[in-house]
Design a protein around this ligand. Structure first.
Ligand SMILES: *Cc1c(COP(=O)(O)O)cnc(C)c1O
Length: 427
């Protein structure tokens, strides 16, 4: 098989079947949604101080189930995890002009949630092992204006939360974890997302479990819990009657998740462990199959951590291979491997940061006096993330398909075929 001509050069394609699409929704979700629809009460929230300020029965039932599952004191549902991140930044009391350190290697909302409160995202570099914030770079980016760290558990592997919490303690910072891609996995026996001051998960269609759109915030802090609920639901109209005296960031939104979504979420949560384990099994078989391929680094799992494999991250030692990542990608795609991506985010290089143009046309908040220094987004500030993006990172979206062992074996075969023909694709 490996001596066969590459599909890229007119040979036979390794993978001709299409894999079964990942679909977490089953009959339990259909039934749960049906019950809510038939009740006619699709949302019970009221944006004033009233028992319905907390939402209807399914919202509250889902939140209590999340508290139990993730082992936290409080859970708050929101209509997207982007909303959740915005609520989290507001709830910890971030002021306009405050600096929040964030990873550049993440989905854009991890950083825009900071900007939404007119605070300043400061990008620190990542570690190549897990693609998460490098604590050393975080420490180097702390200034007198730093107030928080936005840590991300990217691809499904925990960030170095112990080191980040220790840094935060020393510098009196708050920590938020964006565990959108890492629900239900562990770091030293504790679940990702639960060890920061506030954390949480996405429930959008592409994630391990979903409710169409949605998010879950988790915290052990009573004060943050109340503020999250207020920001979710028109804080400004509620504070007086609720007797809330701290008005910092009590500008509310409508971030409420509906009854149908929460009814679906209750069923999805019951299945999360099984879904994560399914991906772990597929990923472990892939890792086993790819061993021994020169210049290919399969995912690294740190001691006492588990991986949710939202993405299966690889690194190519292109110098050693003598072939560009783009040629390898083209060869793999020609063999029928779908879901590969050369590179990931370098948020600091987005036009918004490069031109420092966010709110209005005059560069607010960077040009306003609330911004106390000239924060750099220049190319070069995150050289690990930049090098990975430009040259050596190759990701495989494990979340696209429901992979059987036979499917994984076909992917392995495609990789092995390309690797045994590396000398022929360098043109
Ligand atoms: C998906 C995702 C988000 C945003 O979640 P939504 O529910 O789509 O708003 C934020 N951060 C990361 C890392 C994500 O993967």
């Amino acid at each position: 098989m490996t001596t066969e001509k590459l599909a890229l050069q007119g040979g036979p394609k390794t993978i001709t079947k299409s894999f079964k699409r990942y679909n977490s929704i089953g009959k339990e979700e259909v039934e749960a949604a049906k019950v809510v629809i038939e009740s006619g009460v699709l949302s019970q929230f009221l944006g004033c101080w009233n028992p319905d300020f907390y939402g209807g029965t399914k919202v509250q039932e889902f939140e209590r189930a999340c508290e139990k599952y993730f082992g936290v004191k409080h859970a708050v549902t929101v209509n997207s995890w982007t909303s959740g991140l915005i609520a989290a930044v507001g709830a910890i009391g971030i002021e306009p002009g405050d600096e929040v350190i964030v990873s550049p290697w993440t989905m854009c909302a991890s950083a825009t949630s900071i900007l939404h409160w007119n605070a300043i995202p400061v990008f620190a570099d990542i570690e190549p092992e897990t693609f998460n914030l490098d604590p050393k770079s975080v420490e180097a980016n702390i200034t007198p204006f730093t107030k928080a760290i936005m840590a991300v558990d990217i691809f499904g592997h925990s960030c170095d939360i112990d080191a980040l919490m220790e840094i935060a303690k020393r510098h009196n910072l708050k920590v938020i974890t964006d565990s959108a891609q890492a629900p239900g996995v562990f770091n030293k026996g504790r679940m990702t997302g639960t060890q920061a001051h506030v954390g949480g998960y996405s429930l959008n269609y592409h994630k391990h479990i979903h409710t169409g759109e949605g998010g879950i915030l988790v915290t052990d802090d009573d004060d943050i819990f109340e503020r999250l609920q207020l920001i979710r639901n028109h804080a400004e109209a509620v504070v007086a009657d609720k007797g809330v005296t701290n008005l910092v960031n009590m500008v509310g939104y409508n971030f409420r998740l509906g009854e149908i979504e929460c009814a679906i979420g209750i069923e999805q949560l019951k299945k999360l462990k099984g879904f994560v384990e399914g991906r772990q099994r597929a990923a472990e078989r892939l890792t086993e199959g790819l061993q021994g391929l020169v210049g290919l680094r399969t995912p690294i799992i740190k001691p006492d951590c588990t991986h949710a494999y939202y993405v299966y991250p690889m690194i190519l030692a292109t110098d050693q291979l003598g072939v560009s990542r783009e040629r390898i990608l083209a060869a793999l795609e020609a063999e029928g491997v779908t879901g590969l991506a050369a590179g990931y985010a370098n948020l600091h290089l987005l036009p918004m940061y490069q031109q420092k143009l966010a709110y209005g046309s005059k560069g607010f908040p960077w040009t306003a006096d609330i911004c106390k220094r000239d924060v750099s987004y220049a190319k070069g500030i995150c050289h690990v993330a930049e090098e990975l993006h430009e040259k050596s990172y190759l990701g495989y979206a494990m979340c696209l398909n429901e992979l059987e062992y036979g499917d994984v074996d076909l992917i392995v075969e495609a990789f092995r075929k390309v690797w045994s023909n590396l000398d022929k694709i360098n043109f």
